[in-house]
Design a protein around this ligand. Structure first.
Ligand code: ADP
Ligand code: F6P
Length: 319
């Protein structure tokens, strides 16, 4: 393999730049040239791609966002769109692709492999919702951002004797809420993987109030409910002073943590080695701190295990 392409797709995640850098540098060490493809699969369809030199990726390992930009590209879901993409890759002499993103990106990567372009997926999404890997690039940074934001909210909730209901991202996955909730000592963590009961939470807040403690932090995953609505229901049941905050896109920005940039380097480096060794239709992941690779279809079919022990611990540590 003499020339490969790299793209970032779906929602951005801190650490994507570190992954791009690792693709370029590991490829060059192996005598492979790298093309950067702009805006995810859109760049493949529009032919928006150019050579990335070792120097083009200097100083980006510690920068948030993605220098290749990202996009959600519905056209790639059509046969016509994918046909254009393959044509552009062939015209540019690109023999393989590293696709950095989440499960949607991997579905695209699988179809690209089927069309004869060996493609390897690198998991990058703050949601951490891919079942086959313990961690995705961006998750560690996101939970650190959430913990630091909740710390600030807790200061003001404590001062005013208020309850803060904080909604975090994660789509259908509760990992951001659960891990950050444990880290910041939240009084309740509401996630889609486990049932929760508004009356039970209201009762706990009333018990706390009777003991003279009014302030509390409740972290809710966006897939489990709406912070404003939960705050309203708790006010009705307790009469306490309760405020809601939706943290939003602050969770997707910022410089990656050392964990995320290291993970990105390790995963992306392995992705290039797989292409070099003639592999295709695979994804890389980290399991028990070992970098592994799997068939894309098998990886996407895996179902995510619930963090039952961590969830119980979150409740044991609260109230
Ligand atoms: P993520 O990769 O973070 O899950 P998306 O679900 O938005 O993000 O997917 C990113 C992109 O991957 C989509 O905009 C589309 O271009 C491509 N994609 C997603 N699903 C498919 C599919 N079934 N077939 C082809 N391409 C897909
Ligand atoms: O997949 C990452 C993510 O940030 C989810 O947590 C969230 O639901 C979604 O993307 C938000 O997407 P957008 O930035 O398009 O609003």
């Amino acid at each position: 393999m003499r020339r490969i392409g790299v793209l970032t797709s779906g929602g951005d995640a801190p650490g994507m730049n570190a992954a791009i850098r690792a693709v370029v540098r590991v490829a060059y060490v192996n005598g492979i040239q790298v093309y950067g493809i702009m805006d995810g699969y859109s760049g493949l369809i529009n032919g928006d791609m150019r050579v990335l030199t070792r120097r083009d990726v200097s100083g980006i390992a510690q920068r948030g966002g993605t220098i290749l930009h990202t996009a959600r590209c519905p056209e790639f879901k059509t046969e016509e769109g994918r046909r254009k993409a393959v044509l552009n890759l062939k015209e540019n002499g690109i023999e393989g692709v590293v696709a950095i993103g989440g499960d949607g990106t991997f579905q695209g990567a699988h179809l690209l492999s089927q069309l004869g372009i060996p493609t390897i997926g690198v998991p990058a999404t703050i949601d951490n919702d891919l079942a086959y890997t313990d961690y995705c690039i961006g998750f560690d940074t996101a939970i650190n951002t959430v913990v630091s934001s909740i710390g600030k909210i807790r200061d003001t909730m404590d001062s005013h004797g208020r309850v803060g209901v904080i909604e975090v991202m994660g789509r259908h996955c509760g990992d951001i809420a659960l891990f950050s909730g444990v880290a910041c000592g939240a009084e309740a963590v509401l996630i889609p993987e486990f049932k929760w009961d508004i009356d039970d939470i209201a009762q706990k807040l009333r018990n706390r109030d009777e003991m003279g403690v009014q302030s509390a932090i409740i972290v809710v995953a966006e897939g489990a409910g709406d912070a404003e609505d939960i705050a309203k229901q708790l006010i009705e049941r307790t009469g306490l002073d309760i405020r809601s905050t939706v943290l939003g896109h602050v969770q997707r920005g910022g410089d990656p943590t050392a964990n995320d940039s290291t993970l990105a380097a390790r995963l992306a480096g392995r992705a290039v080695e797989l292409l070099r060794d003639g592999k295709e239709n695979r994804v890389v992941g980290i399991i028990n701190n070992h970098i592994r690779d799997y068939d894309i279809t098998e990886a996407l079919a895996a179902s995510k295990k619930h963090h039952t022990k961590l969830y119980r611990l979150a409740y044991d540590l609260a109230f």
